[in-house]
Design a protein around this ligand. Structure first.
Ligand SMILES: [Zn+2]
Length: 223
C-alpha cells in the first residue's frame, strides 16, 4: 500500500537540530509535490507579509518571546488551506511540544485530515556535534559546505560563485550545540512518545549521505 496516495501525503518530520531534517523535507517536497512548512520560515513570512497573525507575532518575537501555540496553529491551519498544499504537506519544526501536538491533531481532525506518518530522523549526538561544528558557508553567495559531507571541489574555492571567503555561524560552538540538543530533548521527546502511542511514528537512521537517508525514508513510506 502506498501511504496517503489517495488523499494526499501528510507528514511531520522531527529530529534534533543538525540531523538534516530540513534537507530531507526538501527531498520529500519535490518527490510528492507537497508543501514544506518550516515553522521558522512561516513565522518570518507572516511578519514580512503583514498578515493578521504576523501583526500579532511581531511585537512578541521582538521581545524575544516564543510564538504562542494558538497563533502557530492558526498560521499552520491557514497555510494548509492554500493551493500548493492540496497534495499534502510536510511539517518541519512543528509540533515542538506535546501541547502543540494535541492542538495539531484537533485542527487536522476538523479538516478531515489524518497524518500518514511522523518521521523521526535519528543521528547520534557526537555525529550531530561533529556535523554542526564542521559546517560553514560561502561568505559571498551563502552556499553551505561541510568538512565531512560536502567540501568544495577545489579546496578553499566556492563551487557556485568562485568566492574564497567562508564563514561559520557564531553560535555553532560545542557548548551551544549541546544546549540546543538538551532543550530539544526536554521539549520535543514527549511528542515522539505521543506519536509512538498513536502508531504513526517511523524512526529513520539519519546517519549517512542525503540520498542514502532519502532512500531509507522512501522504503518506510512505501511499506
Ligand atoms: Zn559562493
Amino acid at each position: 500500500m502506498f501511504v496517503g496516495h489517495k488523499n494526499g501525503m501528510h507528514l511531520v518530520i522531527t529530529g534534533a537540530p543538525g540531523t538534516g531534517k530540513g534537507t530531507q523535507a526538501g527531498v520529500l517536497k519535490r518527490k510528492y509535490g507537497i508543501c514544506h512548512l518550516s515553522a521558522g520560515d512561516m513565522l518570518r513570512e507572516e511578519i514580512r507579509k503583514g498578515t493578521s497573525v504576523g501583526k500579532k507575532l511581531e511585537p512578541l518575537l521582538a521581545k524575544g518571546s516564543f510564538a504562542p501555540d494558538d497563533l502557530i496553529i492558526e498560521m499552520v491551519s491557514n497555510r494548509i488551506d492554500e493551493k500548493d498544499c492540496k497534495q499534502g504537506f510536510i511539517l518541519d519544526g512543528f509540533p515542538r511540544t506535546i501541547n502543540q501536538a494535541g492542538a495539531l491533531d484537533n485542527m487536522l481532525e476538523e479538516k478531515g485530515i489524518k497524518l500518514n506518518a511522523v518521521l523521526e530522523i535519528m543521528v547520534p549526538d557526537n555525529v550531530i556535534i561533529e556535523r554542526i561544528l564542521g559546517r560553514y558557508t560561502c561568505a559571498t553567495c551563502g552556499e553551505s559546505y561541510s568538512d565531512k559531507f560536502h567540501k568544495p571541489r577545489v579546496a578553499g574555492v566556492c563551487d557556485i560563485c568562485g568566492g574564497k571567503k567562508f564563514s561559520k555561524r557564531l553560535d555553532d560552538t560545542k557548548e551551544t550545540v549541546e544546549k540546543r540538543l538538551k532543550k530539544y530533548r526536554e521539549l520535543t521527546y514527549p511528542t515522539i512518545t505521543y506519536y509512538k502511542n498513536e502508531g504513526i511514528l517511523r524512526g529513520v537512521d539519519g546517519n549517512g549521505a542525503v540520498d542514502v537517508v532519502a532512500k531509507r525514508i522512501d522504503s518506510l513510506l512505501e511499506k
